[in-house]
Design a protein around this ligand. Structure first.
Ligand code: F6R
Length: 601
């Protein structure tokens, strides 16, 4: 979702800004633009569609040493050139990530003051507001500070003022923004990949802080306009993470990285002993119930967690979609731990749910992938997943790392609460050790799943079904399929189909039925027979090889302790979704309309 990059320094800015925008492409966007200073003149170039369209309009040799660039994911107004950023009004030019919620109120005030607007965006209003305030304040820092008290909502702004065109300014509230520094100049960026080619040294801006950045200097001010000392951090992640390594798509590469991701996540918290789990997770013991809050796939990971924690640890778990939870009446108390799950650590609704719990004095735990992200920084406790940098918009390895964390938490709490006994614990530990090999074995069978994908990719709708934990997996598998292939897909509790949805089952409608829970498999098979009798093309996904042939295709999942089984079950379904999307020539890594990091409500 909207990417920002800005540079000021000794070197030409256009190549750096374009590189930064390309590195942020994974966030999702529908137009791109750039503003730069050339011989004291401001130039703005923007274009609808991909960055390649913008590149055609640029001369990379332009002697410009200060610029800001932006990829826009449309919120206010269509994806077109007029609405694309940067926006310029009077003396100010800005790029913006987030939403200024009171823009309509501000626009009315500005129209009365004589401002005219070309675009439909909240950003142009914010820009005009800066110009308006500046007319009376006559000081850039005071203007930005005043604006940050006037703007409501989330924003990260990169700002150039024509009265000081040797300086880059930045201001943020809630939306992510980092400031990076190198020998040859300084940067602002929405995320680390944008600047990694040039530097790995960066600092973080807190809400309502303002940065004044020149080629040699970065000064950060707080809300009282007092200078704040900032720690320069070093990003130690892998610089090669953003390369495809010969894979056709990042999504495929990331699916194949899951063996390593599982190992990295498990090894971070577990050395083969229950004591290591106790050391890392002991703080969980004092809570009687959990509220798990997240969006999308992270919410689906929460549903798996509910199944495991209730079954193995006897702890009641309430799982909620963050955009609902943030506005609903919550029945939490001091015995409740609110757990936020997020790959990016920047999802606006999840962050808002976290802040709500914190404001109500409830303890929070963030399970996040991105270090130092807003959610990680705000929560009382953090458990990092170790998925590394995920580029494809559709999550795979980060989701799997979330399941790995919940397996560990369920093992630890299950043992603490005496549901898992010594003998079973020993077996689970053996299975944990074997898991990387089993993940590899599953990945080795990719062609089996691809062949099934080839048989169903032309269908207009594909159903998933399952019971209990298998329903939670079905939901994630169905989301994966529909978001990247654009084929309508819905997941149902197997027993629920006959209460309405079965009327949609027609000859050859693909139904992917998941049954790994041995206590429920017979029930699910009965439901499969119901859809089969109505002509469905059944793909049966199970860890038990059936003796009876009630299906058209069979995906065998390797049998393992149920606390780990969903990890092995989701992999074939990720690969199946990938192949269906590929057969349909879809833009797999950047599905239409989607953004990697959803920083608006
Ligand atoms: C689906 C997907 C999304 C995210 C959701 C939450 O493939 O990636 O559904 O899971 O937007 O994002 P995070 O985990 O960053 O909070």
């Amino acid at each position: 979702m909207c990417g920002i990059i800005g540079y000021i320094g000794k070197e030409k800015c256009l190549p750096k800004i374009i590189h930064g925008l390309e590195a942020l492409e994974y966030r999702g966007y529908d137009s791109a633009g750039i503003a730069y200073i050339e011989n004291n003149n401001l130039k703005i170039i923007k274009e609808k569609g991909k960055i390649v369209n913008l590149k055609k309009l640029l001369d990379f040799e332009t002697p410009s040493y200060l610029g800001i660039g932006h990829t826009r994911w449309a919120t206010h107004g269509k994806a077109n050139k007029t609405n694309a950023h940067p926006h310029s009004v009077g003396k100010f030019t800005i790029v913006h990530n987030g939403i200024i919620e009171n823009y309509s109120e501000l626009k009315t005030e500005l129209v009365k003051a004589g401002y005219k607007f070309k675009s439909e965006t909240d950003t142009e209003v914010a820009c005009a507001m800066l110009d308006f305030i500046y007319k009376s304040e006559k000081d850039i820092l005071k203007t930005l500070n005043k604006a940050s008290n006037i703007f409501r909502g989330s924003y990260a702004l990169g700002i150039i003022c024509s009265d000081d065109d040797n300086t880059l300014y930045a201001l943020r509230n809630t939306s992510p923004l980092i400031i990076a520094t190198s020998e040859n100049g300084n940067f602002i960026a929405s995320d680390v990949p944008a600047i990694l080619k040039f530097t790995n040294k960066y600092l973080l801006l807190n809400d309502h802080e303002i940065a004044k950045i020149t080629a040699n200097n970065i000064t950060v001010y707080n809300q009282n306009l007092k200078e704040v000392k900032k720690e320069i951090k070093t990003f130690t992640g892998n610089l090669d993470a953003a390369k495809k390594d010969g894979y056709e798509h990042f999504m495929l590469k990331e699916i194949f990285e899951q063996k390593q991701v599982f190992q990295d996540t498990i090894n971070y918290y577990f050395d083969g002993t229950i004591d290591s789990l106790a050391k890392n997770f002991e703080f969980l013991k004092k809570f009687q119930k959990f509220d798990i809050v997240a969006c999308g796939s992270a919410y689906h990971a929460g549903l798996i967690a509910k199944s495991l924690l209730e079954e193995y640890a006897n702890i009641p778990v309430n799982v909620e979609i963050a955009s609902e939870y943030r506005y609903k009446k919550c029945f939490y108390d001091k015995d409740t731990l609110v757990i936020l799950i997020s790959q990016s650590g920047e999802t606006a609704d999840t962050l808002a749910a976290l802040n709500k719990a914190k404001n109500d004095g409830i303890t929070t735990l963030a399970i996040v992938n991105v270090l130092e992200s807003s959610i990680a920084r705000s929560a009382d406790h953090i458990i990092y997943t170790k998925a590394g940098c995920e580029i494809a918009v559709a999550t795979t390895k980060a989701y799997l790392s979330q399941l790995a964390v919940f397996s560990l938490l369920s093992i630890y709490l299950g043992y603490q609460n005496k549901i898992i006994k010594d003998e079973e614990l020993k077996n689970i530990f053996t299975d944990l050790k074997n898991m990387p090999n089993l993940i590899e074995k599953t990945l080795d069978n990719a062609n089996i799943y691809f062949n099934i994908g080839d048989k169903i990719y032309k269908n207009k709708q594909i159903f998933f079904m399952g019971r209990g934990i298998d329903y939670a997996i079905a939901m994630e598998a169905s989301l994966k399929l529909k978001e990247i292939s654009y084929i309508n897909s819905v997941a149902y509790q197997a027993g629920e189909l006959k209460h309405g949805t079965i009327s949609l089952i027609d000859k050859n409608t693909p139904v992917i039925a998941i049954a790994t829970d041995k206590n429920l498999i017979e029930k699910t098979i009965s439901n499969i027979k119901e859809v089969k009798a109505r002509g469905a093309y059944v793909i049966f996904v199970s860890n038990i090889v059936p003796s009876e042939k009630f299906y058209d295709e069979f995906i065998e999942v390797i049998n393992i302790h149920p606390i780990l089984e969903s990890i092995l079950t989701i992999i074939p379904l990720q690969l199946l979704a990938y192949k269906v999307a590929k057969d349909n020539n879809c833009d797999i890594d950047k599905p239409r309309n989607l953004a990697k990091s959803v920083t608006v409500e």
